[in-house]
Design a protein around this ligand. Structure first.
Ligand code: COA
Length: 262
């Protein structure tokens, strides 16, 4: 599905998407490929990577997968080098790999907290830091995926709140440091989005779902397609003067004042 934009906006571009074999990252990878970008997907699970790549191929796009954990800097750097070798310098980087589980602070070990900090925050740093040398500069666009928890504290989400708040500040800091090189960095902050692992974990029942919807001014869940369209916009020159910004695609949840109570 090409979305609402005219076709082939990203012809000749190279995109690299972490967490691109499932959920929001997968739909973004598909959208960029549908618009003509060559897409390299980084994930941890080879079978999921293969399936995601096949789906892009079946839709007529160009893609490849590389297995590496964003927590491992060296493995991530090697994967990014492989992308440059196979497809060329990277124009678009989406840092989408994330981990989450709902648990009270006293119900998670130090290692549980660290697992999410390492995937979400350190992982985003790792991929941005390692990708810098392989970016097509000037003109490269980096997009990190944040969450409403970055700004609205949420019970049972201390690890994610801390990690995603860090992601948003990391993106703003790197936007300051790398702006002169023509690298833009922005965050997409999804709200409650259908058909995602995050919602399956945070709102596993109809009761949870109804509760979540009460804090969404638009009164419905978002879709992965809507997030993919935003990522596409931020990947193009139409967003050429936008950097260091946080884009909420959340039906107004961030202004509802109640956050996403579980
Ligand atoms: N409640 C409390 N602690 C939990 C937990 C839960 N539901 N799930 C995992 N943990 C703890 C584990 O007990 C472990 O701590 P310990 O060593 O002290 O026992 C720690 O978290 C790491 O778990 P582990 O399964 O070894 O880590 P992992 O690196 O394989 O997985 C997760 C990382 C936990 C984030 C896992 O859920 C994951 O890989 N998620 C990816 C997909 C995802 O979360 N998608 C949603 C994105 S919004």
């Amino acid at each position: 599905m090409a979305g609402i934009f005219r076709d082939n906006l990203l012809a000749g571009k190279v995109a690299y998407v972490t967490g691109g074999s499932s959920g929001i990252g997968q739909r973004m990878a598909e959208r960029l490929a549908a618009q003509g970008a060559k897409v390299m997907i980084q994930g941890r699970d080879q079978a999921k990577l293969d399936a995601a790549v096949s789906q892009i191929h079946d839709a007529g796009g160009e893609a490849a997968g590389v297995a590496a954990d964003v927590r491992d800097y060296d493995a991530t750097e090697t994967a990014l080098a492989q992308c440059k070798e196979v497809f060329g310098p990277i124009d678009i980087l989406i840092a989408g790999a994330a981990g989450n589980f709902p648990a009270p602070a006293l119900g998670m070990s130090s290692n549980g907290f660290k697992a999410v900090m390492d995937i979400d925050l350190l992982g985003t740093f790792n991929v941005c830091r390692a990708a810098h040398q392989f970016l097509n500069k000037p003109g490269a666009s980096i997009i990190a995926i944040s969450a409403g928890q970055a700004q609205a504290p949420m019970a049972f989400q201390a690890h994610v709140c801390a990690a995603k708040a860090g992601v948003e500040m990391l993106v703003k800091s790197l936007a300051l440091e790398w702006g002169r090189e023509g690298i833009r960095l922005n965050c997409i902050t999804p709200g409650p989005t259908d058909d995602t692992e995050g919602m399956r974990r945070l709102a596993p029942s109809e009761e949870h779902r109804a509760k979540v919807l009460r804090s969404v001014p638009l009164g419905r869940m978002g879709t992965r397609d809507e997030l993919a369209d935003l990522a596409l916009f931020l990947s193009t020159e139409a967003a050429g003067y936008i950097t260091g910004s946080i884009f909420h695609c959340d039906g107004g949840t961030s202004i509802s004042g109640r956050g996403l109570a579980i």
